[in-house]
Ligand binder design. Structure first.
Ligand SMILES: Cc1cc2nc3c(=O)[nH]c(=O)nc-3n(C[C@H](O)[C@H](O)[C@H](O)COP(=O)(O)O)c2cc1C
Length: 177
């Protein structure tokens, strides 16, 4: 499918607008992603943040990345832990995502979790979990790009992913054709 004709005119119009943060958020939001919960123990209690900036980086050595906002109050707590976990959220874990996206409060209250072998909190029902240590943190604008080394992994388990697209949650379906 191409996007010529009216699509080209729309493209020219939209390119004239400035890159203000609200528009950029909408533009970035056209890239559909999964969602992870990045978790760690903070004083023995699970905490974490929801992130859709997660991506796999390297198989050898095993590295992943995600971006942490400079405004995050939870990231400094996670960074201080020896191990963190990346929990890939399933389609039925929207509530889990929302609790980790909330600011403040006890994010683990009522959460079904268990500990990874190396000591990071794992969210029950996730599609996979990765137990990681922080390898690098690179400042990048209003975020930090975190490179984490995968120490252990669990899964993949059955289920379909929680997806995020244009600020809305959805679920995966095979493309037609
Ligand atoms: C779908 C979704 C994706 C998000 N992705 C990120 C992300 O990649 N990086 C980030 O720092 N915050 C992300 N957030 C925001 C954090 O999950 C969360 O709101 C914030 O960390 C909570 O504030 P706190 O860190 O001060 O506790 C995302 C939120 C949602 C709902």
């Amino acid at each position: 499918m191409n996007n010529n004709g009216t699509g080209r005119a729309a493209l020219a119009d939209s390119a004239a607008a400035d890159l203000d943060p609200a528009r950029l958020r909408d533009v970035f939001g056209t890239f559909a992603t999964g969602v992870v919960a990045v978790t760690a123990f903070d004083d023995g209690r699970p905490t974490g943040l929801a992130a859709n900036s997660f991506t796999s980086v390297s198989l050898d050595p095993p590295l992943v990345s995600f971006c942490a906002a400079l405004t995050s109050s939870t990231w400094p707590r996670i960074r201080g832990a020896r191990r963190l976990a990346v929990n890939v959220l399933a389609a039925n874990q929207r509530e889990v995502c929302e609790r980790f996206a909330a600011k403040g409060g006890d994010k683990a209250a009522g959460l079904d979790w268990f500990s990874s072998p190396g000591g990071a909190p794992l969210v029950a029902g996730s599609l996979t979990w990765l137990e990681c240590s922080v390898e690098h943190e690179y400042p990048a604008g209003d975020h930090l790009v975190v490179i984490a080394r995968v120490r252990q992994a669990g899964g993949p388990f059955a289920g379909s992913p929680l997806l995020f697209f244009r600020s809305q949650y959805g679920r995966w379906a095979p493309a037609p054709g």
